[in-house]
Design a binder for this molecule. Structure first.
Ligand SMILES: [Zn+2]
Length: 481
């Protein structure tokens, strides 16, 4: 199994660590346990030097496999708890801010007297401009103490007002003996690493399996995006293929889930190709983020093999009987069936060198990407007006729309990759990477990759007891070699 190979790389066999916990033979158990204990000791000693997260490091992974929340930080809710008990008969309202709402109108609707609205507004003003209240985003938490009725109207006293700008930023006003006191509450963004994986089953897509296994949508999207240059997800995925992924989940200090963060690692094993693609996230010192394979080769390629995602291939590259001409003729591209008007993105960045009518091809556009590669798109219903001969286009930029012009039996995109002036098979051609690493970056990448490999291994559910006890961030790759 691949998994064991990875473990061997780090000098730990899966069995070895399992032994530490489960081997029934007492002597072996004691010996193994001591080794484990020693390892934990070294590791926990190291973790003592960790610097607590700063807000600007918000997206740095802080790993704890079991408890995502930093328990040392007092959650706001427990502060609220104190007030609830102080004003045991207070009533809490949580209100979304709607268009036209103001703090004054919200409080007034709850029966808060005018003088209290004025007082609390004065207290908030130096910290937060009340006019900056954002409808459809902000929430207001109000706690009021009922004071009975006056002239048939409920009278209340305001004891607490919280403006929730986001899960990590709120403005809190509380009643004190000296009037209202307002403070800002800013939370760190804490992240934990999560490992997700799955095996494709018959009749289920990768997306379905991933969702079943609890992987968030945007993480799945990222997975597709980073593999899109190597894998055609419409055609290359079969039952039995496996995927693995490691990503961040983000939490505020009081444990509110904020969403998923970066995808640090993704792998895809394709049975049909007997190939495992493994990609690691790496950010260089200029802050440029890319995904790289084990050898530091960039995942992004100069060209996409299939420019239109999800389109069905209606005709492959190679010899075929021409549907209109009736005789056998080499088909020098790939046809993607798609409805008329479907936007066609450029397969790579480059310069438009031809845009016009060519017999047979109909409306045709050709983009030159570099000294070696060009791509061509035929049978278009129309061109994107601003894309002309000489225009520079970016990968993914729309250059035209699917049609059925020229010798064509129905709407489709005829797509060609031209290498040194000759059409090649887009589905099998090996394309050069962009963003390859060089010099010092190769070394930096290697240490990031090794760390990710260890983190991923330790997050395995078979190691959960082990993982709970160590701060993965502090493991030095050399330690496990
Ligand atoms: Zn064709």
């Amino acid at each position: 199994m691949l998994y064991n190979e990875r473990m061997k790389k780090f000098g730990i066999s899966k069995q070895k660590i399992k032994n530490c916990v489960t081997k029934p033979h007492f002597q072996v158990f004691v010996a193994s346990f001591s080794i484990c204990l020693l390892l934990f000791f070294i590791v926990s000693k190291q973790s003592g030097s960790n610097i607590p997260p700063r807000i600007q490091d918000a997206f740095d992974p802080i790993i704890s496999t079991q408890n995502p929340v930093n328990k040392n930080i007092k959650p706001i809710s427990s502060v609220n708890g104190i007030f609830s008990s102080m004003f045991s008969n207070t009533k809490e309202h949580i209100l979304p801010v709607k268009n036209g709402d103001s703090i004054a109108s919200i409080l007034s609707n709850l029966g808060v007297p005018y003088n209290e609205i004025l007082d609390v507004s004065k207290s908030i003003n130096p910290i937060f401009k009340l006019s900056d209240l954002r409808p459809d985003n902000d929430k207001i938490v109000v706690k009021v103490k009922p004071l009975g009725e006056e002239n048939g109207k409920a009278k209340v006293q305001l004891s607490y007002l919280e403006i929730v700008k986001s899960p990590i930023y709120r403005i809190i006003s509380t009643r004190t003996d000296d009037g209202f006191k307002t403070v800002e509450s800013k939370s760190n963004i804490n992240s934990e690493l999560v490992r997700g994986e799955g095996v494709i089953e018959k009749g289920a897509s990768l997306t379905q399996i991933a969702i079943q296994n609890g992987i968030p949508y945007n993480v799945i999207d990222k997975f597709y995006e980073i593999f899109s240059f190597d894998v055609d997800f419409e055609r290359d995925i079969y039952p039995g293929d496996k995927f693995q992924i490691m990503y961040e989940q983000l939490y505020s200090d009081n444990g509110d889930y904020l969403g998923s963060g970066n995808v640090l690692f993704a792998s895809l094993y394709l049975n049909s190709r007997r190939t495992e693609f493994r990609l690691f996230r790496y950010e260089n010192d200029k802050g440029v983020v890319g995904y790289y394979d084990e050898d530091g080769k960039g995942a992004s390629k100069t060209l996409k093999k299939t420019p239109i995602n999800g389109a069905r291939i209606s005709s492959k590259y190679g010899n075929r009987k021409h549907p209109i001409l009736g005789y056998s003729k080499a088909h020098k591209g790939v046809d993607f069936a798609a409805p008329t008007g479907t936007p066609i993105p450029a397969a790579g960045s480059g310069k438009v060198v031809y845009r016009g009518w060519i017999n047979g091809y109909g409306n045709y556009i050709k983009v030159r990407h570099n000294g070696t590669y060009s791509t061509a798109y035929a049978h278009l219903s129309r061109f994107k007006p601003e894309v002309k001969v000489g225009s520079q286009v970016k990968q993914g930029q729309i250059i035209g729309y699917v049609g059925s012009t020229g010798l064509s039996t129905g709407p489709h995109l005829h797509y060609e990759i031209i290498k040194d002036g000759i059409q090649v098979n887009p589905l099998s051609v090996k394309l050069p990477s962009i963003q390859n690493l060089s010099g010092e970056e190769v070394k930096n990448f290697a240490s990031v990759r090794d760390k990710i490999n260890i983190q991923f291994t330790v997050l395995d559910k078979n190691f959960s007891q082990f993982a709970n006890l160590i701060d993965i961030k502090s493991i030095d790759a050399d330690m496990l070699k």
